[in-house]
Design a protein around this ligand. Structure first.
Ligand SMILES: [Zn+2]
Length: 341
């Protein structure tokens, strides 16, 4: 449908796409960018139906979301679509592949006790392959095409959507990006080749970023922010340097109050990353309980034990130091939709 709009320019199609996208982001999307609450039908659920343990969140669905948002970004130039691409890339999508690149998740639940499987598709452990192996090749395809999602160009200039170390070459223009993003918020861009006439460098200001600075050739600047992009319009010279600093404090994010599964909980985020807390490979929970003795001919009644003395009550210290030192939680959903910011 998005491709059809890009071909035909039919505004009714675009309006419908925007409504569908807002409905997904505001009511049916996990904080990781994962999509699909129900295993039955591999489907979205009702609005705000977002169970963490039974989440479907197929890796392919995250990839499809990225592809859709990319088309919406091309159609509108609005940074909210690049924001969702980023959130999904680093969280809902990248969870689908192990660090060694050899094992995959089919579904990506947000909560697991490390036990059991979910309808035979690997459940909570990554596997080398699947009987229905749609996700692994889709992961390879997206990773192989990742550079195309990072930058674009039009008659006005160059737009940078994702901050990834490397170079961007468009016609007469070449830029070099140096950054440790997403672990650090410093991004340095150097003009290595440029056209003689002026052009506009558009840099996405991530939706999660509350405090940022832009420095051009050593001087702090305040370029206009249009649709989520800083726009630096000038006659560029080889060697010109732009430095972004995107502050990355730890954020505590709470769900919309209608998300029942997240009542009384917060997510921990920093920059574009949603953090996961894991007990080392879940061993304590995964160890089977000892089975009761049922030898025939023996008295199988449990032996009575002397009751243990009750521990004396103590006032427990706060278990989460971060909750005392960080600002209050912010709301989700949706991190990317304009209606929630
Ligand atoms: Zn799949």
């Amino acid at each position: 449908m998005a491709d059809l709009y890009l071909e035909t320019g039919d505004e009714a199609l675009l309006r419908a796409l925007e409504r569908q996208w807002r409905d997904m982001v505001n009511r049916k999307l996990y904080i990781t960018g994962g999509a699909g609450a129900r295993h039955e039908g591999e489907a979205f659920g009702q609005p705000y139906e977002l169970p963490n343990d039974r989440a479907y969140c197929e890796t392919c669905a995250a990839i499809a979301s990225i592809m859709w948002s990319w088309r919406m970004l091309l159609a509108t130039g609005q940074g909210q679509y690049a924001d969702l691409i980023e959130r999904t890339l680093f969280n809902g999508f990248l969870s689908g592949i192990a660090l060694d690149g050899e094992r995959f998740f089919y579904v990506n639940p947000l909560l697991s006790n490390g036990l059991g499987e979910v309808i035979g598709r690997g459940g909570h452990e990554r596997r080398p392959w699947y009987l229905v192996a749609c996700c692994p090749p889709n992961v390879m395809r997206l990773l192989g095409s990742l550079p195309q999602y990072c930058a674009s160009s039009d008659a006005r200039g160059v737009q940078l959507h994702q901050y990834v170390a490397g170079s961007v070459s468009v016609g007469a223009v070449e830029l070099r990006l140096d950054t440790e993003y997403p672990w650090q918020g410093a991004v340095a861009l150097t003009v290595e080749r440029t056209a003689a006439e002026p052009w506009t460098l558009s840099l996405r200001r991530p939706g999660w970023c509350a405090v940022a600075t832009v420095v051009c050739n050593g001087s702090s600047v305040e370029p206009p922010l249009v649709d989520g992009y800083w726009q630096l319009d000038r006659t560029w010279q080889v060697g010109d340097r732009v430095e972004l600093t995107l502050e990355m404090p730890v954020r505590l994010t709470r769900a919309h109050p209608r998300v029942e599964a997240c009542a009384g909980q917060v997510a921990v985020e920093r920059g574009p990353i949603v953090y996961c807390f894991e007990q080392c490979d879940q061993r304590r929970q995964a160890r089977p309980r000892p089975r009761p003795r049922t030898d025939p001919g023996r008295n199988n009644c449990p032996r009575r034990r002397r009751p243990r003395p009750r521990p004396r009550r103590r006032t427990a210290p706060s278990r989460c130091a971060a909750s005392r030192t960080t600002p209050g939680p912010t709301a989700h959903p949706a991190p990317c939709a304009s209606g929630s910011r």
